[in-house]
Design a protein around this ligand. Structure first.
Ligand SMILES: Nc1nc2c(ncn2[C@@H]2O[C@H](COP(=O)(O)OP(=O)(O)OP(=O)(O)O)[C@@H](O)[C@H]2O)c(=O)[nH]1
Ligand SMILES: [Mg+2]
Length: 424
């Protein structure tokens, strides 16, 4: 019901290119290969941060791109690895692969992290290709492209504070007065039929989520009125803000109202009954409120009571600051039981077959992550690199597969949009 959702394109960093170079020193005419490898491209890492409550910060960034690794250079200098790009999300964020719909990671606890898009490895420099048979290779690789992924982040919003109380006491009015949320307000009972959420931002920029729940009446715990459906929502909050119409409009009695709702809360569950509760005495702008408040305090001398008016906004700022301060003292564990979540899971799916070959308009089209990666990392202006490319294709069984499918010498082959001639 309250789901915050953001879709993003991730482009992890490309690896730095490898370098082809040979040692040049005085009096050493034929120095060996000394081209260094490129550095690794930056990963894109998602980290859970308990200071965040929504995905709003990500709403405006459609593409996230990580940095490229530095190229290798002569004297066997390895390029520097790029720093990773860190994206903070609230605890409880699930990250899906938007192409497959499968879960990539579930970040539930503070500081839990998952690498969602991997940076490419650095291309090897020619020094790395030297062997006994071939001590002076010229070949070097380009950096591996970073992983590109389309993802969806989803966050089931859990309210920190729930406004509970009888119908028409002003719960929705309070939410509307303190947040950008725009709930329906009405002078009749059960105006609110399903919970409304609002993000509260204090002057010092701290935030929390306030839920305006449907009105409760006698028998709610048994399903009367809107029933126990929203009592379940109340169970997942950290504080219950029990709203009382202190003006006793509609011929109400604030003490009775309080007792009826308390009875329902206690009947619903121990967990709910033991939850931190404060009393919000609303409609303090109306006559009779002061008198009723006096009686209420006499009956409940130890209760924490906040005097407010959703209409004049009196007392609301103090209420919000108190709620946030108190939230910070309540441990998360009581709300998010350990058993509800497994720890981070990161799934990676590899294609079963490393490549596919199709014939389109007389051209053999080869597709596949491995082949395309090999293509992207090959310097085609180097004779040795081209030979290695052909050797690798053969190693993957692509040559045999082409022959099996009926490919002939000099047929055209396409990889990553480039055309080659098939040589057997
Ligand atoms: N004078 C005055 N009227 C208020 C105040 N707060 C709410 N009201 C009025 O009380 C009526 C009910 O307000 P709502 O905010 O819809 O009450 P609710 O608790 O959300 O009601 P349900 O959704 O039916 O449970 C509306 O007519 C509001 O204008 C207040 O502080 N002072
Ligand atoms: Mg309402």
């Amino acid at each position: 019901m309250f789901i915050d959702e953001v879709k993003l394109k991730l482009i992890a960093g490309k690896g730095g290119d490898g370098c082809s170079s040979f040692r040049r020193e005085k009096y050493v005419p034929m120095g060996g290969p000394d081209g260094g490898s490129g550095g690794k491209g930056g990963d894109i890492i998602f980290v859970a941060d308990k200071g965040l409550t929504t995905l709003i910060d990500l709403k405006y960034s459609k593409i996230i791109k990580a940095l490229k690794g530095t190229n290798g250079s002569g004297k066997k200098c390895r390029g520097a690895n790029a720093s990773d790009t860190i994206i903070k999300v609230p605890c409880g964020t699930t990250i899906f692969d938007d192409d497959t719909g499968l879960v990539i990671a579930d970040l539930t606890k503070d500081k839990e992290e998952a690498i969602v898009a991997h940076g490419g490895r650095g291309g090897r420099g020619n020094a790395a290709f030297a062997t006994l048979e071939k001590p002076a290779p010229t070949i070097s690789e380009l950096g591996e492209p970073g992983e590109v992924r389309y993802i969806k982040c989803e966050l089931k919003l859990l309210a920190d504070v729930g406004l509970v109380g009888m119908p028409s006491v002003g719960k929705s009015s309070i939410l509307a007065a303190v947040s950008a949320s725009n709930p329906k307000i009405g002078a009749y009972h059960f105006t609110t039929l399903s919970p409304n959420l609002g993000v509260i931002t204090l002057k010092d920029k701290r935030t929390f989520i306030l839920a305006d729940l449907p009105g409760m009446i006698e028998g709610a715990s048994l399903g009367v009125g809107l029933g126990d459906k929203f009592l379940k929502h109340a169970s997942r909050t950290k504080i219950l803000a029990h709203v009382i119409d202190m003006s006793a409009s509609e011929g109400r009695n604030p003490i009775e109202d309080y007792e009826i709702i308390r009875k329902e809360i206690v009947a619903y569950s121990d967990e709910l009954a033991n939850k931190k509760e404060i009393i919000v005495a609303n409609k303090m702008d109306l006559p009779n409120s002061k008198e009723n408040l006096k009686n209420f305090k006499k009956k409940y001398p130890d209760k924490e009571i906040f005097l407010v008016s959703a209409v004049t906004k009196q007392g609301l700022d103090e209420l919000l600051v108190y709620l946030k301060d108190t939230l910070e003292t309540i441990k998360d564990e009581s709300i998010y039981p350990e058993s509800l979540y497994e720890s981070t899971i990161v799934y990676r799916f590899k294609n079963e077959k490393p490549y596919t070959i199709t014939k389109e308009d007389g051209v053999w089209v080869i597709k596949g992550e491995e082949v395309e990666k090999l293509f992207a990392m090959t310097r085609f202006n180097q004779e040795e690199a081209v030979q290695r490319f052909a050797r690798k294709l053969r190693g993957m069984g692509i040559e045999d597969e082409l022959i099996r499918l009926g490919a002939k010498e000099n047929d055209e082959i396409e990889i990553s949009g480039y055309i080659f001639e098939f040589k057997i």
